[in-house]
Ligand binder design. Structure first.
Ligand SMILES: Cc1cc2nc3c(=O)[nH]c(=O)nc-3n(C[C@H](O)[C@H](O)[C@H](O)COP(=O)(O)OP(=O)(O)OC[C@H]3O[C@@H](n4cnc5c(N)ncnc54)[C@H](O)[C@@H]3O)c2cc1C
Length: 465
């Protein structure tokens, strides 16, 4: 490989946003080079783990159960997104999401009916057959056929922004050899910094040693840090992340969707002292699952335990690991490694506080506790039917919120007040413009798809002008 590489458009990253940008730039006639840090088998960042994308649609289809209009979509976003999001960009994303399923299908994505046990998304989200991996395989095949060059194990660094706000080149290290890349425009789609436990440790201290990163180990955010150092305007709170409860036996990186635990609303959750610490039935699980990672991160040892009885076992999709099972609550606690007397007393107090109601997992039912702190507001049933089951829980980090500010053309905004001329950002690295906290399932791919396409087309138009 030559010491110097040149192209019209350099795309950094190999996930959904990057590929949407690369395919769009190539379709405009640009010579595109993708630099993906991961080896080919692990290409595609967190996008590999995805299953569905949230899109505007005005009627039911074979793949969605009903219409999802602009105001409903915006309302859903407003409820979760935090203060100070860019409403113009949010509206743009939502409006443009209507074209995404068609565009993705034209690039090889095959849709399927919603999967069972997927957080009630059948109205709002479309599901990819074969999930994110199949989607990425189709994109990469299309890119190759279109003449897009892809470098794997290609770490981009020394990304330079000139004082005039132009792309001044970058270094890509492949197999230990540095190559300088010159491009007429660049699209940065290198994700967040969720896999950088040292960086997260600045805010969370030693607790990060017990964090589980659900996605790619390659999203360590050094390029984001470089962009910020070079004058890109930051957006989003660096301390915030999206985190769910995952099985404590999950690998530190890349466990993906199958390590998530959805048992919480159907039992109780105790910490290492055997005490409950939050209302497990506060609201529907799709609206609450994303707070449990943070709740567990704040517990001693960043560990908690989900405890259920045999009545509950049928109401959620299990994690990939089998539950720990025992004929009594005490024995279960012993097997989980928590003080049996403390857990037995917590379960006894919980059982005594349960008010009988009509259990309905599909509604905010009237099964709740009385006189218990913290309360359990819904789906509270005595834990009294053996065998008993338990799962160890850890905080599972999905993504970070801090990124770079962009405008509606996906151009990176600079601290000097100007817009970068030919540097674009798409995907997780800029999603903080539209989402500062909370999450709408399937919205990560929406942002990446919409801004990937805008960035790719903008970069190509600039390069070819
Ligand atoms: C388990 C899990 C399930 C999820 N499920 C869904 C879902 O169903 N629907 C949904 O919308 N969202 C989902 N998300 C969120 C979704 O994955 C992200 O919002 C989306 O994939 C972000 O796409 P991206 O292209 O910006 O980043 P990524 O897909 O993470 O890609 C980042 C890329 O940058 C590369 N990279 C990083 N640094 C460098 C560098 N210096 N040089 C070169 N390359 C670099 C990485 O290798 C990677 O290829 C899920 C996330 C996880 C972890």
């Amino acid at each position: 490989m030559p010491e110097r590489l040149s192209c019209d458009v350099l795309v950094v990253g190999g996930g959904h946003a990057a590929l949407c940008a690369a395919l769009s730039a190539s379709a405009r006639g640009a010579d595109v080079l993708i630099a993906e840090r991961a080896p080919a088998f692990f290409r595609g960042g967190n996008s590999r783990h995805t299953r569905d994308v949230r899109c505007l649609h005005d009627a039911a289809s074979p793949y969605t159960s009903g219409a999802y209009g602009e105001e409903e979509f915006l309302g859903d976003l407003a409820r979760v997104s935090g203060q100070g999001i860019n409403e113009r960009l949010a509206r743009l994303t939502i409006a443009a999401s209507a074209q995404l399923p068609g565009w993705m299908a034209a690039h090889g994505v095959i849709w399927q009916k919603p999967l069972r046990g997927t957080l009630h998304l059948s109205q709002t989200n479309v599901f990819m057959l074969g999930g994110g991996r199949a989607m990425l395989n189709a994109y990469y095949a299309g890119a190759q056929a279109a003449g897009v060059r892809t470098l794997y194990e290609a770490n981009v660094h020394d990304f330079s922004i000139t004082p005039e706000g132009r792309f001044g080149g970058a270094t890509v290290t492949v197999a230990g050899v540095d190559h300088r890349v010159e491009a007429k425009a660049a699209v940065v789609s290198s994700g967040g910094f969720e896999a950088n436990l040292r960086w997260l440790g600045q805010y969370w201290g030693d607790a990060v040693e017990r964090f589980v990163v659900r996605g790619s180990p390659y999203n360590t955010g050094e390029l984001l840090a470089e962009l910020l150092e070079q004058g890109a305007r930051p957006i989003g709170d660096p301390r915030q992340f999206h985190a769910v409860a995952v099985d404590g036996r999950a690998p530190t990186f890349d466990g993906g969707i199958v390590t998530r635990l959805d048992s919480v609303p159907f039992g109780i959750v105790v910490n290492t002292d055997g005490e409950r610490f939050y209302d497990e039935g506060e609201d529907f699980w799709p609206k609450r699952y994303a707070i449990w990672g943070g709740l567990i991160a704040r517990q001693k040892g960043q560990t908690a335990y989900s405890i259920i009885d045999s009545k509950a076992l049928v109401h959620f999709l299990p994690s990939v690991f089998p539950p720990i099972q025992a004929p009594s609550v005490q024995e279960l606690a012993q097997r989980l490694g928590v003080d049996p007397a403390a857990v037995a007393s917590t379960v006894a107090r919980f059982n005594a506080s349960v008010r009988k109601g009509a259990f309905d997992p599909a509604a905010l039912d009237d099964c709740c506790t009385a006189g218990l702190a913290p309360p359990k507001s819904h789906w509270a049933r005595p834990i009294d039917t053996p065998p008993y089951y338990g799962y160890p829980l850890r905080p599972g980090i999905t993504f970070t919120y801090m990124g770079v500010e962009v405008d509606q053309s996906a151009r990176v905004q600079l601290a000097s007040g100007r817009s970068a001329e030919n540097i674009f950002a798409a995907g997780e690295i800029m999603s903080g413009n539209i989402l500062k906290e909370g999450y709408l399932a399937g919205f990560g791919l929406t942002i990446g798809g919409v801004f990937g396409r805008i960035a790719g087309e903008g970069a190509a138009d600039y390069a070819l002008a």
